[in-house]
Design a binder for this molecule. Structure first.
Ligand code: B12
Ligand code: SF4
Ligand code: SF4
Length: 359
C-alpha cells in the first residue's frame, strides 16, 4: 500500500469541495462493457454514437494505463432550490414569480448554474496537486468526467457512494440523486471501499411519473424516449409522439429525480457556481431566446453553462414544443415569427405548435 492512504485522500477531497469520495479497483470498472454494449445493440442509445463499442473502448482505455491500481470516485452535490438566475443574462431568465404571464420553459437542475464539467475539472486539478504533494513521489492520474468509457454510476456504487435506483441514477443516502460523478484513475495502491448494497424496494414512483415511459425493468432506460435525450442529445426533429409529453421542459428533465423519496430533505449545495445565482436558473424566457440573432450570439449569451450542449436551433426547436404545450395563445406571435426562421427544424416545430394552439 502507498504512504498516502485512503483516509487522507477522502479528507483532502472534502477540503477541495467534493462532498463524497470512495475508492474502487480498475478490475471492477472493466465489467460494465458487456451490459452497455447489449443496451446499445438494441438501439436504446439513439444517436449517441459515443456509447457504441463500449467494451472495446474501455479495454483500450485500461490498456493505455497498465499501472493503474485504483479509481478514486468523487461526488459533488448540485442540489439547489433557489430559483433566481443571475441578473446579467439579457432577460433570458424567467423567474418563477412571473407566473403564467411569462412564456417560460423549465431547465433541469444540473444546468442551472455554471457548466459542471469546468467546475469539477478545476477541483480535480487542485486535488491532483494535493495528492502528489502528500504522496512524496510522482503519481500518475487520469481524470474522467462523462467522456471516458467508464460507467460512472457503476463505479460509484462499487466505491460505496450509494446504489443505482430504478430511474438509473446513483442514489446517495445523504445527497439523493443529486451528485455529479467524476473519477481520478491512479497508480496509487489504495485500500478499496466495500460496494454499496441498497435497493428501491417496492417503490416505483419514478417509473410511474416518467411522462414518456422511458424507464424500463431492471434499472434500464430507453434513452430515445427520455426527455433529457430528446431535448439535448437529439439533433433531429422530436418524434411527434413525444412532443405533448415533453410538457414545459425546454432543456433536460428532472421528473424522476424530483419524485424520488431520496430527494426529501435535500441539503442545498455549498458550491455556489452550480446554483442559479451563477447561471440562468430553472426557467428560460422563451420569447427572448428567439431574439438571439445567430448561433454566435447564442454562444456568447450562454457561455460557460451546460445549456450550450444544445445548439441554438435545437433550443428553439424545444422552445416551440413547450410553447405549443403552453395552452397560451399569447405564444402565437412569436411562433409565427419562428415560421420564418432559417432552419427547417425550427420552422417545422413552430408549425406543429401553432396547429396545437389553433393559430
Ligand atoms: C449517456 C448519458 C445520458 C443519457 C442516457 C442515460 C442513461 N440512463 O444511460 C441521457 C441523455 C438520457 C442522460 C440523462 C440524464 N443524465 Co446522464 N449521462 C450519460 C453518460 C454520459 C453515460 C451513461 C451511460 O453510459 N449509459 C449507458 C447505460 C447502459 O449505462 P449505465 O446505466 O451506466 O449502466 C451501468 C449501470 O447502470 C449498472 N447497472 C444498473 N443496473 C444494473 C442491474 C444489473 C443486474 C447489473 C448487473 C448492472 C446494473 O450496469 C451498467 C453497466 O455497468 C453519464 C456519464 C458516464 N460516463 O457514466 C451521464 C450521467 C449518468 N448523467 C447524469 C445526469 C445528472 C443525467 C440527468 C439527471 C440530466 C437531466 N436532468 O436531464 C438525466 C437523468 C436521466 C435518467 N433517468 O437517467 C449523471 C448521473 C449522476 C448520478 N448521481 O447518477 C452522470 C453520471 C454524469 C455525471 N458525470 O455526473 N444521460
Ligand atoms: S429524465 Fe424525465 S423523461 Fe427521462 S427518465 Fe426521468 S422522468 Fe423520464
Ligand atoms: S423513485 Fe423510488 S423506485 Fe425510483 S429511484 Fe427513487 S426510490 Fe427507486
Amino acid at each position: 500500500m502507498d504512504r498516502l492512504n485512503a483516509e487522507t485522500i477522502k479528507r483532502l477531497a472534502l477540503e477541495v469541495g467534493f462532498h463524497v469520495c470512495g475508492i474502487t479497483l480498475p478490475a471492477t470498472a472493466a465489467q460494465a462493457g458487456a451490459r452497455i454494449d447489449e443496451w446499445a445493440a438494441q438501439g436504446k442509445h439513439g444517436n449517441m454514437s459515443y456509447l457504441e463499442d463500449f467494451a472495446r473502448r474501455s479495454e483500450q482505455f485500461w490498456s493505455e494505463f497498465p499501472e493503474a491500481k485504483s479509481v478514486i470516485v468523487l461526488g459533488l452535490n448540485y442540489y439547489s432550490n433557489s430559483s433566481t438566475g443571475s441578473v446579467n443574462n439579457g432577460g433570458l431568465t424567467s423567474p418563477t414569480d412571473l407566473g403564467s404571464a411569462a412564456l417560460k420553459g423549465r431547465v433541469a437542475r444540473y444546468a442551472w448554474g455554471k457548466d459542471y464539467h469546468w467546475v469539477i475539472k478545476e477541483k480535480l486539478e487542485i486535488l491532483k496537486k494535493q495528492l502528489t504533494a502528500h504522496a512524496g513521489k510522482p503519481v500518475r492520474f487520469h481524470s474522467a468526467i462523462d467522456t471516458k468509457p467508464l460507467a460512472e454510476r457503476d463505479l460509484a456504487e462499487k466505491a460505496g457512494l450509494g446504489f443505482i435506483g430504478k430511474q438509473t441514477q446513483l442514489l446517495s443516502l445523504q445527497y439523493g440523486p443529486w451528485l455529479f460523478l467524476s473519477e481520478l484513475v491512479t497508480d496509487l495502491d489504495l485500500e478499496p471501499d466495500m460496494a454499496f448494497e441498497g435497493s428501491c424496494g417496492t417503490c416505483q414512483l419514478c417509473i410511474d411519473v416518467c411522462p414518456t415511459e422511458a424507464i424500463e425493468e431492471d434499472k434500464a432506460l430507453d434513452a430515445r424516449k427520455c426527455i433529457a435525450y430528446l431535448t439535448i442529445e437529439n439533433k433531429e426533429a422530436i418524434p411527434s409522439e413525444f412532443r405533448d409529453k415533453i410538457g414545459h421542459w425546454v432543456f433536460g428533465c428532472d421528473d424522476c429525480l424530483n419524485i424520488c423519496p431520496f430527494t426529501n430533505g435535500q441539503q442545498e449545495t455549498d458550491c455556489r457556481e452550480l446554483t442559479a445565482a451563477e447561471g440562468f436558473g430553472p426557467h428560460l424566457n422563451l420569447e427572448n431566446i428567439f431574439d438571439l440573432a445567430s448561433q454566435g450570439v447564442y454562444e456568447k449569451q450562454f457561455k460557460g453553462t451546460a445549456i450550450l450542449r444544445a445548439r441554438h436551433k435545437q433550443l428553439l426547436r424545444n422552445a416551440c414544443v413547450v410553447l405549443g404545450n403552453s395552452n397560451d395563445r399569447s405564444a402565437i406571435p412569436v411562433l409565427k415569427k419562428a415560421l420564418k426562421h432559417g432552419s427547417k427544424l425550427v420552422r417545422e416545430h413552430a408549425e406543429w405548435a401553432l396547429q396545437k394552439l389553433g393559430g
